[in-house]
Design a protein around this ligand. Structure first.
Ligand SMILES: [Zn+2]
Length: 187
């Protein structure tokens, strides 16, 4: 199949089962990941960065081998709706973002993206239909080079038993585990 072809209907079908429903952000994310993939040379092993924890990580996990669990997808929360795919050894790659200046033509997408309407006022089908028609048109892409420190493998170092909860944890976290240092979400 032509590598420039993106089957949006098939993708939306997969989004429904993976993400729970066809969220606009994940659907736009599909076009964004597709655009980034078409920039990467054939055969290059790439890693991914999502600049937001919302929606884009799921698009990346659906369309690339990069997942949070295998470590090839990093979420670095910069609060921007953007992602990048880059050569995992050399760090050269491409960053794709949603271009605000290109949204004037697409009022439904703009209202959703800038939260200009309440959820109730938004027509979900109208947003989706504009996203499908806009596709790559609302995305911007630029080459990036990843800082060397972000290319390093995750290394947890030595593992110890926490004296407080008796569970294993990376010793580099301190004399007790991060939960026992007060970071636990549990009451
Ligand atoms: Zn502990």
């Amino acid at each position: 199949m032509n590598k420039n072809y993106f089957d949006i209907e098939e993708y939306i079908h997969r989004v429904r089962s993976f993400h729970g429903y066809e969220a606009p952000g994940v659907v736009i994310g599909g076009f964004m990941v597709h655009l980034a993939k078409t920039q990467i040379s054939e055969g290059v092993l790439f890693d991914a960065i999502s600049e937001t924890p919302a929606c884009l990580p799921d698009a990346i996990q659906l369309l690339t081998p990069c997942t949070v669990g295998n470590g090839w997808l990093k979420i670095i929360n910069l609060g921007r709706f953007a992602l990048s795919l880059y050569d995992k050894h050399h760090g050269n790659g491409f960053r794709v973002f949603l271009a605000p200046g290109k949204l004037e033509k697409w009022p439904e997408i703009k209202d959703w993206f800038f939260k200009l309407k309440s959820r109730k006022e938004q027509g979900h089908e109208d947003i989706l239909s504009q996203i499908k028609r806009a596709g790559l048109e609302i995305c911007g892409v630029s080459p990036v080079q990843i800082k060397p420190e972000f290319l390093k493998k995750r290394d947890k170092g030595k593992i110890a038993i926490c004296p407080s909860c008796k569970e294993a944890y990376p010793l580099q976290d301190g004399s007790t585990c991060r939960a026992c240092q007060g970071n636990s979400p549990y009451i």
